[in-house]
Design a protein around this ligand. Structure first.
Ligand SMILES: Cc1ncc(COP(=O)(O)O)c(C=O)c1O
Length: 397
């Protein structure tokens, strides 16, 4: 059959029809355990009994209105995000790349306001920030960029976790206005910025009057067991793009800013039709409320630890298994070889996951996951990976 959808994704040959909790079913009735949550989006799993009626209520009241009018739901979600992060103001949009685009505009305007005509931003190898022309230029993966040149200029690329490289870049370049990175790289293979490096970046940003901009689109919203992953390092950024899990499935993005950046953009500087619409705002408000009410940060930390320990025990010493990376419910099983085929093989056995950076099996399950469901992921994934690497099956427990 000829498809009328542009061919931009490699897709598995089945369609999901509905879900409940951490389970989803395809149109043929096959059931899967959701270890991916729509790539860190379905924070509350599927058809959450508290979220569904709230969204139904909002749909029946007001789905969309323009930003010409006062926006009480934006005020409400912004104030919660600020209370949770220690930041001051939020701008709303509808996706991760838009949140990052807003952050980059803030950085450039911050520079121009200080008389820097050609502001530059430090970015990182293996980073992923989105697929618009500016955010793909900030991304550190040639595969995302090839064919879309000329790239946007004004980025200085450095290796992750190397403070000396940042110091020398800053010494030689008065145009640098911001340091922009994912607190934990997602698409790049689950690579964490070390907490002491984050603290070092915070200090350098203070010393040089730069913006520390932490992309928490994938690692934020409770996924690591704290509201935001950088809170493990006990620092506060100046700018924090969010998206994915914030609406638990309803498209949403936000950029949240602290005192150095909160008032950089003024009327007429930025905007988007869908940004902050009532349905998205209600989804964000209810997601954060339910996460608090149901103790989902603690659950993410505890279930993440359970998953990590069981996967380590099951794969320890297997030739070809490199390491387990990540924090909370953002985990990567790094192998020594490309393993994209595991995506389909896991689905055959009833587990949804992803493979990123070619050789890293990535797990990002809903934050509501139970201990029994974690054990089920392990019971499917460990034998699958061992088999793939040509190792003997795990000994029976
Ligand atoms: C860290 C990070 N930033 C930005 C994006 C882009 O978000 P979106 O796909 O919503 O544009 C992603 C998506 O994977 C991401 O992981």
């Amino acid at each position: 059959m000829t498809s009328h959808v542009m061919n931009t994704y490699g897709r598995l040959p089945f369609a999901l029809s509905h879900g409940q909790g951490c389970r989803v079913w395809d149109t043929e009735g096959k059931r899967y355990l959701d270890g991916l949550a729509g790539i860190a989006v379905n924070t509350l799993g599927h058809a959450h009994p508290k979220l569904v009626p709230a969204l139904q209520d909002q749909v029946a009241r007001l789905i969309h209105c323009s930003n010409y009018y006062a926006a009480p739901l934006q005020e409400s979600l912004a104030s919660t995000l600020c209370a949770l992060s220690g930041l001051q103001k939020a701008f709303f949009c509808s996706s991760g790349l838009e949140a990052n685009e807003a952050a980059l505009k803030i950085a450039r305007k911050f520079g121009h306001d200080r008389g820097i005509a050609r502001p530059e931003v430090i970015v990182y190898e293996k980073a992923f920030h989105g697929r618009s022309i500016a955010t793909l230029s900030a991304t550190g993966n040639a595969k995302v960029q090839v064919g879309f040149e000329p790239l946007v200029e004004g980025f200085v690329r450095l290796p992750l976790n190397d403070l000396d490289a940042v110091r020398s870049a800053l010494r030689g370049n008065p145009n640098i206005v911001a340091i922009f990175l994912e607190t934990i790289q997602g698409e790049g293979g689950i690579n964490a910025t070390r907490w002491e490096v984050l603290r070092g970046l915070r200090q350098l940003c203070d010393e040089y009057n730069l913006l520390l901009m932490l992309d928490e689109v994938q690692c934020g919203i409770g996924r690591t067991g704290k509201w935001f992953a950088h809170q493990w390092a006990d620092i506060v950024p100046d700018v924090m793009p969010l998206a994915k899990g914030l609406g638990s499935g309803v498209p949403i993005g936000a950029v949240v800013a602290g005192p150095r950046a909160a008032d950089v953009l003024g009327p007429g500087n930025h905007g988007t039709t869908f940004g902050g619409n009532p349905l998205a705002m209600r989804a964000g408000i209810e997601t954060l409320r339910i996460m608090q009410e149901d103790g989902l940060l603690a659950n993410a930390a505890a279930m993440g630890e359970r998953l990590r320990l069981a996967l380590s025990a099951g794969l320890h010493g297997v030739p070809g298994f490199v390491e387990l990376r990540g924090q909370g419910l953002m985990l990567g099983v790094a192998l020594d070889r490309p393993c994209t085929e595991l995506l389909g093989r896991a689905a055959e056995r009833g587990l949804l996951l992803s493979v990123t950076a070619d050789s890293v099996v990535r797990l990002l399950p809903p934050l509501i996951i139970s201990a029994a469901e974690v054990d089920e992921i392990v019971a499917i994934l460990v034998p699958l990976v061992r088999e793939f690497l040509g190792a003997a099956p795990p000994p029976r427990a």
